[in-house]
Structures are given as C-alpha cells and as structure tokens.
Design a protein around this ligand. Structure first.
Ligand SMILES: [Zn+2]
Length: 182
C-alpha cells in the first residue's frame, strides 16, 4: 500500500536574527513591504518585527535595482503587500543569504497523512512530500504519522523493519520515501 504524506506550512516561519534593542533572536514578518525609488533605482524591504520588543528590522528584497530590470508583476505585489510574496521571499535562498537570516519552523507546520487507514497494514510504503523546505526529523514524522513512540521507531530501524534510501535519524527538508514492515 502506497501512502502520500505531506509536510505543509500552517503559518509563516519566524526569522532567526539578533535584535539590536533586546536579547531576542526571533523576528516575525510583518507582511508589509517598503519600496523606495530614487533616480530610477529601486530599493525594497520586507519589514519584520522583533517577537519580543517589536523593534522593526528591514529585510532587503531589492537593492539599487533599475526599474527596467524588475518584473512589473513583482512591483505590483510589493506595493500590494502580497501575503504570498512574503512567504516566497522568506524561503528564497538569495534573500536569506543576503540578509543573513535563517528560518525557525517550530510550530509552523503540520503533517498531513490523509487518514489513518495505513495504521493496521503489515507493510506500507510512504512517500513524504514537502510543500516548503521545512527541516524535520524523519523519525519524528514517522512516529507521529504511524502512532508510534520515538523509541519504537528507533527499534524498527535497528531491526531493519523500517528502511529508506535516506538517513532517517538526521534532519531533512525535501521529499523522501520509506517502507515499514511490522
Ligand atoms: Zn527586540
């Protein structure tokens, strides 16, 4: 029996970034953009707020770009404070590197197993698909999705009853499959 599981975001992740005004290291995207045009050059930022004190941080989206080099659709979305654009930009590796931010996905995702009809099967093949690059431990997903304890999952791996081409004990943020034989 082949099952498809999905790891899906439930809200925006927090940004890991040190606050200049307090000891906090977490920011929340405000959902608002600021666009500044100066002599045909455009800067754009995503505004984020410190999760503890509310201090504003500017996450650079565009830096001194000529108007002509920017897709009009992107400018429209920036001016409209498009919520989908916030999610896209936070996950953009270029934006992450430029601003030296990483994402904190704790409590911002869920596992969708599409029902519990797999729980009583002797053998299941599961394809796990990620709707966003959310780093999770496969052993944790499997425990949750199969109604097992982490210790039981570890035992099944040791006994060769839970197999995968990927290392299940590490962290992953991309699609993988596993087979469980009980
Ligand atoms: Zn702060």
């Amino acid at each position: 029996m082949l099952k498809i599981w999905a790891v899906v975001p439930t809200c925006l992740p927090l940004l890991r970034r040190r606050c200049h005004a307090c000891p906090s290291e977490r920011f929340q995207a405000s959902g608002k953009f600021r666009v500044n045009a100066n002599h045909k050059l455009i800067d754009a930022w995503l505004l984020a707020l410190c999760a503890a004190c509310g201090e504003t941080a500017k996450i650079t989206v565009l830096e001194r770009m000529t108007v002509r080099s920017i897709r009009p659709e992107l400018l429209d979305r920036l001016h409209d404070n498009d919520p989908g654009l916030t999610a896209e930009l936070l996950q953009d590796p270029v934006v992450q590197r430029r601003n030296r931010i990483a994402l904190d996905w704790d409590n911002a995702w869920r596992l969708d197993t599409g029902g519990t009809d797999h729980l009583d099967r002797e053998t299941i093949d599961v394809s796990v698909r990620f709707a966003a690059r959310i780093p999770v431990r496969p052993v944790r997903l499997i425990a949750e999705g199969c109604g097992l304890s982490r210790a039981e999952v570890d035992r099944l791996i040791t006994e060769g009853k839970l197999v995968s081409a990927v290392r299940l004990s590490g962290k992953l943020s991309g699609d993988f499959t596993f087979t469980l034989k009980r």
